[in-house]
Design a protein around this ligand. Structure first.
Ligand SMILES: [Zn+2]
Length: 277
């Protein structure tokens, strides 16, 4: 049970066998239902055990739907209304409307090709998927709008969180100063080891700042995606005190999280789920 007692900016909730994470600052607003899933509390088997939440993997579909129902019920969401991305590590931001309800889950084959979703509609839950990449929750508490962002290293290089905030500004008049942000479980710096070809791309875009990139004797580079995304948000006007970082590494916490790197690709998906109440 070691994993359950880890110190984190996120709150770890247990409900029978189900374990899911929430963000205290988001809970306090009473504006949203939300969670970040773990591996625990589902019915999937083999390397999807037990709470795989993605129907795009080779898992049994009925099991995935049961998993989604279990976790959504726990947080007050109707899983049949979920609007799902189909992610490709792009910088595509999609504005979810009423007629998107059910896309990708209840309406199979209609998932939205994007890596970020935004909406200002109540009772329109959105879902995005992870297994090491950085999940980012955005909540505009003044104009009542939300966003979920899938920001892996490719998304981070493409500044997808910045593009998502710009989209929210354009469509909902969102002021970053009024946003609560949460950065979920993903690879920590020490576990995100890359070769020069990837490091070079980060350096060309974000500079050679040794607070986010470290070169080690083994010829490898280590990159802090949490810091780069946090800095990007602060530069856009998000208040530092409004950003919650989970501090949980997917690769290191095997009993809680799927990790693409640790499990060498044979893994289920975690998800970020959120709706405006
Ligand atoms: Zn780690």
């Amino acid at each position: 049970m070691g994993g359950i007692n880890i110190k984190s900016g996120f709150k770890i909730n247990k409900n029978n066998k189900l374990v899911y994470l929430t963000v205290p600052s988001l809970e306090q607003t009473n504006l949203v239902n939300h969670c970040f899933t773990t591996k625990q509390g589902g019915v999937s088997s083999s390397y999807f055990s037990t709470l795989n939440t993605s129907i795009f993997k080779q898992d049994n579909k009925e099991n995935v739907l049961k998993n989604l129902n279990t976790v959504c019920s726990a947080i007050g969401i109707d899983y049949k209304r979920l609007v799902s991305t189909y992610q490709t590590h792009s910088d595509e931001v999609y504005v979810v409307e009423e007629n998107d309800i059910g896309r990708g889950i209840a309406r199979e084959g209609e998932a939205i090709l994007a890596d970020a979703l935004v909406t200002n509609l109540r009772r329109v839950p959105i879902i995005t998927y992870y297994a090491d990449c950085v999940p980012i929750y955005l909540v505009d508490t003044v104009n009542n709008a939300i966003g979920l962002v899938h920001s892996g290293w490719k998304g981070t290089i493409q500044k997808i969180v910045e593009k998502t905030l710009f989209k929210m500004k354009e469509i909902y008049s969102t002021d970053p100063a009024n946003c609560l942000v949460a950065i979920g479980p993903s690879l920590e710096k020490d576990c995100f080891e890359v070769d020069y070809d990837v490091a070079e791309q980060f350096i060309s875009i974000f500079g050679n700042d040794n607070s986010f990139i470290t070169y080690k004797e083994n010829g490898k580079y280590y990159i802090d995606l949490w810091k780069i995304n946090t800095d990007m948000l602060i530069n856009l006007g998000v208040k530092k005190e409004n950003i919650t970082v989970s501090g949980l590494c997917t690769k290191c916490n095997e009993e809680l999280f799927f990790s693409y790197r640790r499990d060498k690709g044979k893994t289920g998906s975690l998800s970020a789920i959120m709706e405006l109440r």
